[in-house]
Design a protein around this ligand. Structure first.
Ligand code: HEM
Length: 188
């Protein structure tokens, strides 16, 4: 389980929060990511929880390519990040697995296109639909500033894809690595 906590403190400084579709999240200054055992969150505005799960759509040949190309999180040069929580529609979830796979890959080329951006973009998908959260997925990406335009290109490609017709809510949060903003003691 990972918790993305939006509030006044955290190692990721918020550059922008945009509602792509549906309701936006309250604006916060910073985001921190926690894993169990959790500290007591205080003074935060929101918490989004997600779990790393098994792949649903990836086929063996794709998996081999992903493993060969993907970069790890926490690279020193990757000082930019994007947290993009996404909720898909009831109609998406009512489809069968093979219908969803056909839209995801055969029609939208999500993996084939995404692969072109590896290893520049490091990624981690978190699932949260079964946790009763307000989103189905938390998508997390890390990259260096010189790859931010490329990342934008991929995001636009996906938003124009068939798959995105099933997206009901999407918030786009862009971040920059910054020193933790510990709250200053009040001067008497
Ligand atoms: C950086 C290149 C990217 C690659 C290589 C990539 C690859 C993948 C793969 C392989 C999956 C399927 C996992 C499974 O089998 O369950 C996936 C799922 C997903 N990706 Fe990406 N992706 C990339 C970028 C993005 C971006 C930029 C976004 C958001 C704007 C995004 C949003 C999602 C979502 C929401 C899912 C879950 C879809 C679902 O289960 O219905 N991905 N991605």
């Amino acid at each position: 389980l990972s918790s993305f906590v939006g509030g006044p403190t955290g190692k990721w400084k918020v550059l922008s929060i945009d509602a792509v579709r549906g309701a936006v999240l309250p604006v916060v200054e910073r985001i921190d990511i926690f894993n169990p055992p959790f500290p007591e969150f205080k003074g935060h505005s929101w918490v989004l929880n997600g779990v790393i799960s098994n792949a649903r759509y990836v086929e063996k040949a794709e998996k081999i390519q992903l493993l060969a190309r993907q970069a790890p999180l926490n690279r020193q040069e990757a000082t930019r990040a994007a947290l993009i929580p996404i909720k898909k529609s009831p109609a998406w979830w009512n489809m069968s697995q093979d219908e969803r796979r056909a839209i995801f890959e055969d029609q939208s080329h999500h993996t084939a296109e995404g692969l072109k951006y590896l290893p520049a973009i490091a990624r981690q998908l978190f699932h949260c639909r079964d946790l009763g959260e307000s989103f189905d997925f938390l998508t997390w990406f890390e990259y260096s500033p010189q790859h931010s335009a490329e990342f934008e290109h991929l995001v636009q490609f996906l938003r124009n894809s068939e798959e995105w017709r099933w997206v009901d809510r999407e918030v786009d949060i862009r971040l920059e690595l910054g020193e933790p903003n510990f709250s200053k003691p009040e001067v008497p």
